[in-house]
Design a protein. Structure first.
Length: 552
């Protein structure tokens, strides 16, 4: 690139030397190793903008990521860098891209979301629709094989889809692969392909990328093998670790600076993850010094909840009703991360008795599907807008105002057209929406999330609760993948910008039984000199003097 070109300076503005190298690299195949907080979205967006600036037709560019939220963020960044309309940018999830390809090559069909799958399974009379839905998805993604009753359910479900001329989400990628292998995709091929969160792709997605990379296409993959946490969905580290074997001559670029977390958090999490064997060696140095990691051992779950709530109140400067004191923190700066949904529900009960506003994982899960199914049974009349149609239907159903606003936000791109014109398009988008896309992280509330749901987010203050063996790492029936559990804990640690709390209970109710608990084995893998221990008494919280050291 020409260093004197003002557009070049604008695209590269704020990027460090290694990030700029990743943006400007011209190798056909590139693997970018991007640790937490290293600016991977900025790099991908700048690289996309650089190609446009150099004359590449935007239609020839494809960026693929794993959540609609991440795709939307990338579109916003690229629009700011290039001035292009968001509507012409081909940036989507694997499912979204596959859907668009199939709509070009197949006769019209319906797309069924997860809620449609549950509806069909209920109609088929299966004993546990939710469990069967997970089983069917796993079979379609190749992680298990169906036999006996499961095979019968899969067959009956496939017949129901065929009857309705529909595909579900798990059909999209395999069917897109068939189209590409048959050469029917035509204009679906791209000259530049960028894949975000490459450590999370499964074999089907890897095969799709390989087919798209046929001919002269370039491939840029970016991600962090230390954040691979979705093996239960069929994801495999193999594609990341063997990228150079799959794409000979690939260039590897390591983004090495962490702009998110303070020094103590970066060094402690780095020491932890070094205990994994299935990884690529990499360096990650903090831009900021300082930070704080605190460990608190509580008597039981109730004491754990009380401690977390009191600490948030203290840091907020005291609460009267829902009004903060003189603290510079907002409620949205806090997150409590937990290993299981059951823990989230238990903690939410305690928060509901406090003055702290909060949001919890899965809060609108069932309501979302139910409302979409309701809308599918209604047809708007006249020139009513989609948002007005949603508001009116939500009012008629008696939905909570904040839930209706969730649907209104999801319909924001359709405000200029009537509901009649865009309703089917909206249903498609809703079908592609995953729970991660519906997280209400912008409102001023404390987030209560599972560790998996926290992926890709960041907060000034993070509590990881349930920090005990059997919970973190999660062990049930004596089985666990300790390396993946360590990666999951690593993801949780690196969500924190300034302060990280690790909170355990000496006694916890697990699987219907009150059990004695030991602190997580991961505690011994963290440098003791980086951790301050909090002693908890009945009526007050007392800390030992904060240790001053290398990172202060």
């Amino acid at each position: 690139m020409n260093d004197t070109d003002p557009m070049d300076s604008f695209i590269l503005e704020g990027l460090d030397a290694v990030q700029q190298r990743a943006v400007e690299a011209s190798s056909r195949y590139i693997l970018i190793v991007a640790p937490p907080g290293s600016g991977k979205t900025r790099v991908l967006s700048a690289r996309f903008a650089r190609l446009v600036k150099e004359g590449v037709n935007p239609d020839a560019l494809l960026a693929v990521t794993f959540t609609n939220r991440a795709a939307k963020e990338m579109k916003e960044r690229i629009t700011a860098l290039t001035g292009l309309s968001r509507r012409i940018l081909d940036i989507s999830t694997f499912h979204g891209f596959s859907l668009q390809l199939l709509k070009k090559t197949r006769p019209p069909f319906s797309l069924y979301g997860r809620y449609d799958t549950l509806r069909l399974l209920k109609e088929l009379g299966v004993k546990s629709p939710s469990a069967s839905a997970r089983m069917v998805s796993a079979v379609k993604n190749g992680t298990i094989q169906a036999a006996g009753e499961d095979a019968e359910v899969c067959s009956a479900y496939a017949g129901a889809l065929k009857r309705d001329n529909a595909l579900d989400l798990d059909d999209l990628i395999p069917e897109a692969i068939k189209e590409l292998e048959a050469g029917a995709a035509g204009g679906g091929l791209k000259s530049h392909i960028m894949v975000d969160e490459y450590q999370d792709i499964n074999p089907l997605q890897a095969r799709l990328v390989r087919l798209l990379a046929g001919g002269p296409a370039s491939v840029v993959a970016i991600g962090d093998p230390d954040q691979a946490i979705y093996s239960f969905r069929g994801s495999s580290l193999k594609s990341f670790l063997e990228f150079q074997a799959e794409y000979p001559g690939a260039q590897i670029i390591n983004l090495s600076r962490n702009y998110r977390s303070a020094g103590k958090i970066v060094f402690a999490s780095g020491k932890l993850i070094e205990n994994n064997l299935e990884r690529l060696k990499k360096d990650s140095s903090p831009v900021r010094t300082g930070g704080e990691i605190l460990y608190a051992e509580c008597a039981d779950e109730r004491a754990e909840s009380e401690f977390i709530i009191k600490e948030i109140e203290r840091m907020m400067g005291g609460l009267t009703s829902q009004t903060a004191g003189d603290s510079e923190l907002n409620f949205s700066n806090f997150a409590v991360l937990l290993r299981t949904n059951r823990q989230v529900e238990t903690l939410a009960e305690s928060f509901s008795r406090s003055s702290i506003p909060y949001y919890k994982t899965g809060e609108d899960g069932k309501s979302f599907g139910d409302f979409i199914l309701h809308l599918k049974g209604r047809r708007p009349v006249g020139d009513v807008t989609l948002t007005d149609f949603i508001k009116e239907e939500g009012r008629l159903l008696g939905l909570k105002e904040d839930l209706v606003e969730t649907f209104v936000r999801s319909a924001s791109d359709y405000r200029e057209r009537t509901a009649v014109e865009v309703l089917d398009e909206y249903f498609e988008e809703a079908a592609l929406t995953e729970p991660e896309d519906r997280l209400d992280i912008k409102s001023d509330r404390v987030s209560l999330l599972t560790l998996h749901m926290a992926k890709g987010l960041e907060f000034k203050v993070v509590f990881i609760a349930g920090f005990e063996d059997g919970v973190v790492p999660y062990v049930k029936g004596g089985e666990t993948s300790i390396e993946e559990e360590r990666r999951l804990f690593y993801v949780g640690m690196t969500r924190a910008r300034d302060t990280l709390y690790l909170v355990s209970a000496q006694r916890r109710r697990l699987w219907g039984e009150a059990l004695e608990s030991a602190p997580s084995r991961f505690l011994k893998e963290l440098p003791d000199k980086l951790i301050d221990r909090v002693s908890i008494e009945k009526k007050r919280v007392k800390r030992r003097p904060v240790q001053k050291g290398l990172f202060d």
